[in-house]
Design a protein around this ligand. Structure first.
Ligand SMILES: [Zn+2]
Length: 305
């Protein structure tokens, strides 16, 4: 009797841990263009404050080093000093589909050297636009260079168009349209959660489990403003935020698609593709006109006619 009660108590205690879905947060293009709603330093300060206030822990910034002017250096320095990880996102953010392998490799190496100045630099490489090379020669050229420099391909699993929500927001601010921040926050969080759940369901379908996920975000004003609201909603829906290092302990970190592809939906999408899924590798929220329509209705309260 006592034994079965003990077993019951132990199993009840372990349920929440076993069921917690996990994700790491990454922010690309740092220091990304600013001077719309916030200037660069205010964005960095707001972002750090919200990460701390909401106890989000360590996130990873993917830096493009061509943007490291004095102000850009200070922004990355702020993130570095606050204990966040700095990864490589190339020097000039080239589109690999339009760039020769040797040019792309030099761009990667230039960023690699410039990023050594940050104590929290880690050899993680995020391909701009997630494009990893559309031919075997280009793809293997980068795979080999990453391996030679002990890099992890910093793949993502949770894809979205957060950058387009930022564009819609900045465009409204620029022409002086009043933007209700509570509505904007709700719109941002709702759209992101829909794509997060979509890719987690896709993972369950093909892997039979929820893997350690990697969320793609960008270093932008809406991220600085609402990352805490997003974290609260994630926690409420049973998600735990983990470090990128922990996320890449998942077996899917070693997964490699056989055939090179032009456009990459993220690691779960790649696995789905390899298992025969041809459609809907990108969630329907990854669409500019869809987002614009909803933004106009739900944030700006414009009617449809
Ligand atoms: Zn990027």
């Amino acid at each position: 009797m006592l034994r079965s009660i003990l077993i019951l108590i132990i199993s009840l205690l372990t349920i929440p841990v076993a069921n917690a879905k996990q994700l790491a947060i990454t922010l690309d293009d740092a220091p990304r263009k600013a001077d719309g709603y916030f200037d660069g330093p205010t964005r960095a300060k707001t972002l750090i404050e919200n990460l701390e206030k909401h106890k989000i822990g360590q996130v990873t910034f993917f830096a493009t080093t061509q943007s490291l002017n004095q102000e850009g250096l200070e922004r990355i320095g702020t993130y570095n000093k606050a204990g966040h990880i700095i990864g490589n996102h190339t020097h000039s953010h080239p589109n690999f589909l339009e760039t020769e392998l040797s040019v792309y490799q030099s761009d990667f190496l230039q960023a690699h050297h410039l990023l050594q100045q940050f104590d929290n630099f880690k050899p993680y490489f995020r391909f701009p636009y997630l494009r990893e090379g559309e031919t075997i020669e280009k793809r293997d050229g980068m795979r080999n260079l990453l391996q030679k420099n002990n890099y992890q391909n910093a793949y993502i699993t949770l894809n979205n168009y957060d950058w387009y929500i930022e564009e819609l927001f900045q465009a409204a601010v620029k022409v002086g349209k009043p933007v209700d921040m509570e509505r904007l926050s709700k719109f941002y969080v709702d759209v992101l959660m829909a794509s997060i759940n979509y890719y987690d369901d896709m993972a369950s379908k093909y892997l039979g489990r929820s893997p350690k996920h990697v969320l793609l975000l960008h270093e932008m004003d809406i991220t600085a403003l609402f990352i805490g609201d997003l974290a609260r909603r994630l926690q409420r829906e049973g998600w735990e935020i983990i470090s990128l290092q922990e996320a890449y302990q998942d077996p899917i970190a070693k997964y490699q698609l056989d055939q090179p592809i032009k456009y990459n939906p993220g690691r779960i999408g790649e696995i789905a593709l390899a298992k025969g899924q041809k459609k809907n590798l990108w969630h329907y929220t990854l669409d500019e006109s869809y987002l614009e329509k909803r933004f106009n209705q739900e944030v700006l309260l414009m009617s449809d006619h």
